[in-house]
Design a binder for this molecule. Structure first.
Ligand SMILES: Cc1cc2nc3c(=O)[nH]c(=O)nc-3n(C[C@H](O)[C@H](O)[C@H](O)COP(=O)(O)OP(=O)(O)OC[C@H]3O[C@@H](n4cnc5c(N)ncnc54)[C@H](O)[C@@H]3O)c2cc1C
Length: 386
């Protein structure tokens, strides 16, 4: 490995979807991930929801790639036997105030969603007999997917098309050259004894930074220090098997008023279990999944308005994930409460090193948007390689 057309840094869902898209068209594609397996970070620590595109600002990259990604994800899953289900979802309000639901529906329609409908309490009960709600927005195009299987399937197709996939391969330095970027890679078990690891380099005509939580650090290797990623932890609980009858599908509250998350929701998984979460909290460290976890009682407190029958004895703590946010934590001295804290995806050729394509702040709905982001990146690669 001394020359490559394209090196993709990061083998999460986005890097794997990009590897699949670009290996349809170019040879000598390399996908590198520092972990022992692909998709071990954010791409397997999420809700596994195929989002519809309801929430995002019309015209934003999130809106565009979520809507297209929704269709492309269903098509890909069907063609490659990835477990998934088009469940639809309910966004429920527990107060008499329906204006928020109407506003969400209008935004969804502006984004091109079809089949949105506001339904009453009786319709909620017919679908979810244990959910308490005054009204709800029905969103038919939402679904669920086995996210780890999705990552593996994108990577499998990329490999079949000739992409070279390396795990235990950590990019440690990037050096722009006249017509390429030299990529320095630590291979082998970097976490183990140093004797297990070695450093080698490859000259790439194009580099794609799909490093998720660490994309700001990879961008900085090229001298681009404009970005900073703040990890926002989302924690989950699982409902005990005996109480999994409490939820039939996907039930969401109205989204977090500041846009930090879509709110603590209920997900019946493909395996019949029920997840409650995720929460949203800034943490200091990009690897801090477990320190100071919220107790189950806190999940009960937040879940009860929608699911009054839930008790602490029905819940056990489950996994957590970290969202790569571009928006810093609120500063009480400067930021007014309630101000939206949403940033769009950044997908761009680097202004100073145009052979590098930067993907920064790919938080939710990145799992859904991945195949559409991959098409976008493929166009940027074409501009780069000519
Ligand atoms: C709690 C939570 C819930 C979510 N729910 C949903 C949902 O229901 N639906 C949805 O659409 N989206 C959801 N998301 C968002 C979605 O999971 C992410 O947008 C998506 O997984 C991002 O994928 P990625 O490939 O960009 O990042 P990652 O999965 O983080 O992959 C990046 C990869 O880069 C590798 N890497 C980093 N630095 C280096 C380096 N120097 N060298 C080599 N490799 C490196 C890492 O090991 C990692 O594997 C959720 C996210 C969270 C946290």
């Amino acid at each position: 490995m001394d020359r490559a057309n394209i090196v993709i840094i990061g083998g999460g869902v986005v890097g794997c979807a990009i590897a699949r898209a670009v290996s349809q068209r170019w040879d000598d594609v390399f996908l590198l991930d520092q972990m022992p397996k692909l998709g071990m970070v954010t791409s397997s620590r999420n809700s596994g929801v195929i989002h519809s595109g309801l929430y995002y600002t019309p015209g934003s990259l999130k809106a565009r790639h979520c809507l297209a990604g929704n269709r492309l994800t269903y098509e890909f899953c069907a063609a490659h036997n990835v477990p998934h289900r088009r469940t639809g979802k309910l966004v429920v309000t527990t107060t008499p105030e329906e204006a928020e639901l109407t506003h969400l529906a209008e935004r969804g329609r502006a984004n091109g969603l079809e089949g949105l409908r506001i339904v009453d309490r009786a319709a909620i009960r017919a679908r979810e007999p244990h959910i308490e709600g005054r009204a709800a927005l029905e969103v038919p195009s939402t679904g669920i997917v086995a996210s780890e299987e999705l990552v593996k399937a994108y990577a499998r197709v990329a490999a079949e098309q000739g992409a070279n996939i390396l795990t235990h391969a950590r990019v440690v330095r990037l050096e722009p050259q006249k017509d390429s970027i030299q990529v320095w890679i630590r291979t082998g078990n970097a976490a183990g004894p140093t004797s297990d690891a070695s450093v080698e380099s490859v000259d790439a005509r194009c580099v794609v930074n799909a490093a998720g939580l660490f994309a700001d650090e990879v961008a900085a290797m090229l001298g681009n220090t404009n970005y900073r990623i703040y990890p926002v932890r989302g924690e989950y609980c699982e409902v005990t098997r005996a109480k999994s009858y409490l939820i039939n599908g996907l039930v969401y509250p109205l989204p977090h008023p500041e846009g930090l998350s879509l709110g603590l929701h209920f997900t019946k998984t493909l395996w019949g279990t029920v997840l409650v979460g995720p929460t949203a909290r800034y943490v200091a460290d990009k690897t801090d999944y477990e320190r100071d976890r919220l107790p189950v009682e806190e999940f009960v407190r937040r879940a009860k308005p929608m699911l009054p029958e839930i008790e602490a004895s029905d819940l056990t703590l489950a996994y957590s994930g970290l969202r790569p946010k571009l928006v810093p934590p609120p500063d009480p001295a400067r930021d007014k409460p309630g101000v939206k804290r949403i940033a769009d995806f950044v997908i761009t050729r680097d202004p100073s090193v145009p052979r590098a394509i930067q993907l920064i702040g790919i938080d939710s709905p990145g799992l859904t948007a991945a195949p559409s982001i991959a098409q976008h990146v493929s166009q940027l690669v074409a501009q780069t390689l000519g």
